[in-house]
Design a protein around this ligand. Sequence first.
Ligand code: SF4
Length: 210
Amino acid sequence: MSLHVEGIKIAGVKSFSLIDFPGEPCAMIFTTGCNLRCPWCHNWRIAYGEEATIDRTKEALEKLRSLREHLDAVCVTGGEPTIHFGLPSLLHFLKFLGYKIKLDTNGTNPKLLENVSYLLDYVAVDVKACPKKYPKATGIEQNVWPQVEKSIEILREKRIPHELRMVKVPGLTDGEDVEFLRELGESMSGEKIFLRPFQPTSNFSGFGVH
Ligand code: SF4
């Protein structure tokens, strides 16, 4: 038996990471495109740059089949995976292969997140800034914090292991935002929060399936 994957575009696969799935090595899948325009985006080439139009889905799926022999976990990241209506199709394919799945998301599509939640073993949600600074931090006019908040509520209600993470960007996020993240994490015991410093380098030179 095999599953057909459609409605999603994959820019590449990284075969091995020790830091992108809690407690175990994983493969990484990078989907193309993003609905946000964070001015500090590390992955802009696949989010909204020249690599956003490249589709390596077929070879990526083949790679994931072969990697399953060596790895139990996979991290689906982007870009923003939840902009693709075919995300459920990809997640079913990964579950069919027997992978544990982590999803990285900006949290702006709570409806899709809820629909696929039963397939997810772990979720990392970006908290870009405190609510009033969301438009500046995401580079778009609309304030998408209410959607992100809803996504976090869904994960809490469904008791899906997850983390909230923020990148501290000079000139964009400051102590007020860090305090907001801390309070969010404190409002439910056991939730992990991570604050990462901005690193002005791109992850995507020589991007592909390898
Ligand atoms: S949500 Fe992530 S991928 Fe999208 S623009 Fe922001 S940092 Fe880049």
